[in-house]
Ligand binder design. Structure first.
Ligand SMILES: [Zn+2]
Ligand SMILES: [Zn+2]
Length: 366
């Protein structure tokens, strides 16, 4: 169906507006470059050694920051591969089937050969009727991108991109290097900031740049450190932001730690096996983004292992031998939020399978 003129113009206009937060950050970074390099280092600093050291260290920080920011913005999110999409004949069958259980039978047959272990709250196969595909584990439909995104974390307005499997490492490095950038400015600007208030600076426009630079860097440091800390915790637990709000549902129930393989393996899943690439924004994440090793049993370290090692249905891709124990209901009260992401839940799921369901909300960042 060809898009109509006015609606496609509206869409283009909306796409332009989405770039405003990126433009805002870029302007602030450009100004901070001018304020730090020209006004602080060149105009204000008198000690030549301090000047050179600050310039070298500053350019190192700003380069890593800009590189990781660029990669987060311009790395396309990955979408499910062809085998998850319904064939033309499958779509026809699905449309012919009456809604409800028989449609699920069709989807179950289609998903039989796919490494799909997560289900909806009602136990149904996760199906996206916008993209007409069986959703791989950890994949969610983003309403802004209007696509299913592999291991979707959230749609981030500050990078105007979906943060998911393809760029999650870049996003983490972007947070880390922007925090480093701000902390470096705070540390080296502090003595001049104090001089500003004690009238120790010459009366030029440089002193105002120095003051505002300190305020801006300190303010961003606070918000970035909390966001970065939260994402470090998510990496350790092997959860996406969406999964932190609603635990993934497996065939036998919800399990917030369903994808956690232990600290070391969780870290390597995002950063890769080779430590020399960990701090560089180059893609080294493990896996294909469609399937993830799982442990069916709850791996919560706070919970003592169950002594009863009966047969747990094994569905681990890596076949981790875990002691069996009953799954624990691990949803938090936050999960009662009706629209944390585009997942039909409860009885609505069956009713809505095969129907267009664009109504969804996206986890927004502060
Ligand atoms: Zn979709
Ligand atoms: Zn998105």
């Amino acid at each position: 169906m060809a898009p109509s003129g006015p609606s496609s113009a509206r869409r283009r206009c909306r796409r332009c507006l989405y770039w405003i937060p990126v433009l805002f950050i870029s302007i602030i970074v450009c100004w901070s470059y001018y304020a730090y390099v020209i006004q602080l280092c060149i105009v204000t600093m008198e000690n030549i050694g301090e000047k050179v050291l600050c310039m070298i260290a500053y350019h190192f920080c700003v380069l890593l920051f800009a590189w990781s920011y660029w990669k987060t913005i311009f790395t396309l999110p990955m979408n499910p591969s062809k085998e998850y999409h319904l064939s033309y004949s499958d779509k026809e069958v699905l449309e012919r089937e009456p809604r409800g259980e028989s449609q699920q039978d069709v989807l179950r047959r289609l998903a039989k050969d796919l490494p799909v272990y997560t289900r909806t709250m009602s136990g149904a196969i996760r199906y996206c009727d916008r993209c007409q595909l069986v959703k791989p584990d950890r994949c969610h439909h983003c309403s802004v991108c209007d696509k299913c995104i592999l291991k979707m974390d959230h749609h981030c307005p500050w990078v105007n991109n979906c943060v998911g499997f393809s760029n999650y490492k870049f996003f983490l490095l972007f947070l880390a290097y922007s925090l480093l950038y701000c902390l470096f400015i705070v540390a080296t600007d502090l003595q001049y900031f104090i001089k500003f208030w004690t009238n120790g600076l010459p009366d030029t426009q440089a002193k105002f740049h120095i003051m505002f630079l300190f305020f801006a860097a300190a303010m961003f440091s606070v918000s970035l450190s909390s966001l970065f800390g939260y994402h470090c915790w998510l990496v350790c637990k092997n959860r996406s932001t969406l999964e932190a709000f609603r635990a993934p549902v497996f065939r036998h129930g919800t399990d917030k730690n369903g994808f956690s393989l232990g600290f070391g393996k969780n870290l390597r899943q995002v950063f890769g096996d080779e430590k020399k690439y960990w701090l560089l924004p180059v893609f080294t994440s493990l896996g294909d983004g469609c399937s993830f090793p799982t442990c069916l049993v709850n791996q919560d370290p706070e919970q003592a292992p169950s002594p009863t090692g009966t047969s747990a249905p094994t569905k681990s891709i890596e076949n981790h031998p875990f002691p069996a124990k009953p799954l624990r209901e691990s949803q938090s009260h936050l999960l009662t939020d009706p629209h944390p992401w585009n997942e039909n839940n409860g009885r609505n799921e069956k009713r809505n399978v095969g129907m267009s369901n664009p109504a969804l909300t996206i986890e927004n960042e502060t």
